[in-house]
Design a protein around this ligand. Structure first.
Ligand code: CO8
Length: 258
């Protein structure tokens, strides 16, 4: 496994774990963190022995945003020329399902990182927000686009324009978070969820994630056409035969591709 300085990377069974580890900066996302998280996620994605990825932070902070100190002196020219934070496109493109296990602050780029994942599990201590407006900027890693898709235009507009931070219960009510759990149980819950996903057949998991991604990008008619084709294609897999005969024989499936 590659050497990382700002993240802890570990494989447990069929689950890849990426833990942000810049405690002195509340896991602020600098260029090195972006590079390392994206690299670790891409490496897990290439490994068929990994069926789900969990990204998490510390109890106090998932990530308190992009690194303000690193960005402070940037110019527009340099930002555009260097595609600052372009690494996150690699992260967002992995085929393997990614769970964000969020405790404490998920602000700015931290909230945006959580939204690049497929599922957000939150500790009851979690706090979500896009406070960039207070810094004289706007979200820059997808916040204005993904938050709307998660919580709707009006809620997203309020959060982005005011910079207000919402707690875990409000985030769950708004549809950003799939479940809130006691902080002490967060990692165990994330682990159980990741293991249950990693036990499925990989081709169907990849197909489900690709279809969900398509729904974010396209019209209903195009999305339905994508789903129909992907659904049919899975009938060429041994795992579909196994899954359906296991159902008929009243036994758990033994998927080959996982
Ligand atoms: N960047 C750099 N350092 C940070 C950040 C950050 N985002 N957040 C916290 N830190 C540092 C603090 O500076 C402090 O360091 P030090 O001890 O050396 O002064 C340490 O972490 C601890 O923080 P605090 O002392 O502030 O802890 P508090 O418990 O008092 O407050 C808060 C916690 C409320 C989370 C507070 O730290 C805070 O408001 N942080 C900034 C939140 C924020 O504004 N986030 C948005 C950042 S901008 C962004 O994310 C844009 C993303 C798009 C980029 C796209 C580029 C192309």
């Amino acid at each position: 496994m590659a050497e990382y300085e700002t993240v802890l990377v570990e494989q447990r069974g069929r689950v890849g774990w990426i833990t942000l580890n810049r405690p002195d900066a509340l896991n602020a996302l600098n260029a090195q963190v972006s590079r390392e998280v994206s690299h670790a996620a891409a490496a897990f994605d290439e490994d068929p022995g990994v069926g789900a990825i969990v990204v998490t932070g510390s109890e106090r902070a998932f990530a308190a945003g992009a690194d303000i100190k690193e960005m402070e002196d940037m110019t527009a020219e340099r930002m555009l020329a260097t595609d600052h934070f372009g690494e996150w496109n690699t992260f967002a493109a992995v085929r393997t399902p990614v769970i964000a296990a969020v405790s404490g602050y998920a602000l700015g780029g931290g909230c945006e990182l959580a939204m690049m994942c497929d599922i957000i599990l939150a500790a009851d201590s979690a706090k979500f927000g896009q406070p960039e407006i207070n810094l004289g900027v706007i979200p820059g890693m997808g916040g204005t686009q993904r938050l709307i898709r998660a919580v709707g235009y009006y809620k997203a507009a309020e959060l982005i324009l005011s910079g207000r931070i919402m707690d875990a219960a409000e985030a769950e009510r708004s549809g950003l978070v799939s479940r809130v759990v006691p902080a002490a149980d967060l990692l165990a819950e994330a682990s159980a969820l990741a293991e249950s996903i990693a036990a499925k057949s990989l081709p169907s998991v990849y197909a489900a994630k690709a279809a969900l991604d398509t729904a974010m990008e396209t019209t209903l008619a195009e999305g339905l056409a994508h789903e129909k084709t992907a659904f049919a294609a899975l009938f060429d897999t041994a795992d579909q035969k196994e899954g359906m005969s296991a159902f008929r024989e009243k036994r758990p499936p033994e998927f080959r591709h996982r």
